[in-house]
Ligand binder design. Structure first.
Ligand code: OGA
Ligand code: MN
Length: 224
């Protein structure tokens, strides 16, 4: 007997991932963002969680603003530490495989033309924050879709560290998202400014960005 390694199916015949991807696509189409609690598949969440905990302090670097020569460490804006995900670890490769299936699904469903993906672990120590910002910077408007997932079991109401998503530049109130284990947030990078309120305990997340290809003439960007 040949044992086929099939992905689990939901009752409608879609794989469980496709069902979730479909809900995310609908949310993005309707409102430009999607907030999905307990959505990250267990195997990926637990692998990312233990990998993140095992990252020694020297694997992280202070988060900066901008890239390459524009990279600036700016404590006024953000104080967390980050570690880019390369896919070398089991956890990293599970995550990259899942996000690439999400990318393909959203491209087919919404014609977004997402072309590449980059992501990092982030650790906020008590007292850390990230002030209101947009993920798509001037000169790199090719970040199209942001995705964040959280790795904090039992995050409580008094633990702070909420993500606040602002619907437009005039919005002062925003939507608060508790950074609870397994929650996935996806939003259009150029539309939604957002911030991370001061965390009062260690806060772990993975943030990533899908980009479109903006190659002009012989200049290839992104370089892969
Ligand atoms: C980011 C970011 C949000 C979060 O890294 O750009 O906005 O909730 N992260 O961790
Ligand atoms: Mn951001």
């Amino acid at each position: 007997m040949v044992k086929l390694n099939r992905l689990p199916k939901a009752s409608d015949g879609n794989t469980i991932d496709e069902t979730l991807f479909g809900l995310i696509a609908e949310d993005i189409e309707k409102q430009g963002y999607s907030i999905r609690p307990s959505a990250l598949p267990d195997a990926i969440a637990s692998s990312l969680y233990s990998h993140q905990l095992s990252l020694s302090a020297n694997k992280y670097s202070d988060a900066g603003i901008g890239r390459g020569g524009d990279y600036l460490k700016n404590e006024f804006v953000r104080t967390d530490e980050i570690c880019w995900i390369t896919g070398e670890s089991e956890a990293g490769s599970l995550w990259i495989d899942w996000t690439s299936r999400l990318q393909n699904f959203l491209n087919q469903r919404l014609f977004l033309g997402l072309f590449s993906f980059e992501s990092h672990f982030a650790h906020y120590s008590p007292g850390d924050y990230y002030k209101r910002h947009l993920d798509a910077f001037r000169g790199e408007a090719n970040r199209t879709l942001s995705v964040v997932t959280y790795l904090n079991p039992g995050w409580g109401n008094t633990d702070g560290g909420e993500l606040v998503l602002y619907c437009d530049e005039h919005d002062r109130e925003g939507l608060k998202v508790v950074p609870l284990y397994g929650t996935i947030v996806v939003f259009l990078s150029e539309e939604f400014s957002h911030e991370v309120l001061t965390a009062s305990r260690d806060r772990y997340s993975v943030a990533g960005w899908f980009r479109v290809n903006t190659s002009i003439d012989n200049k290839i960007d992104p370089p892969c």
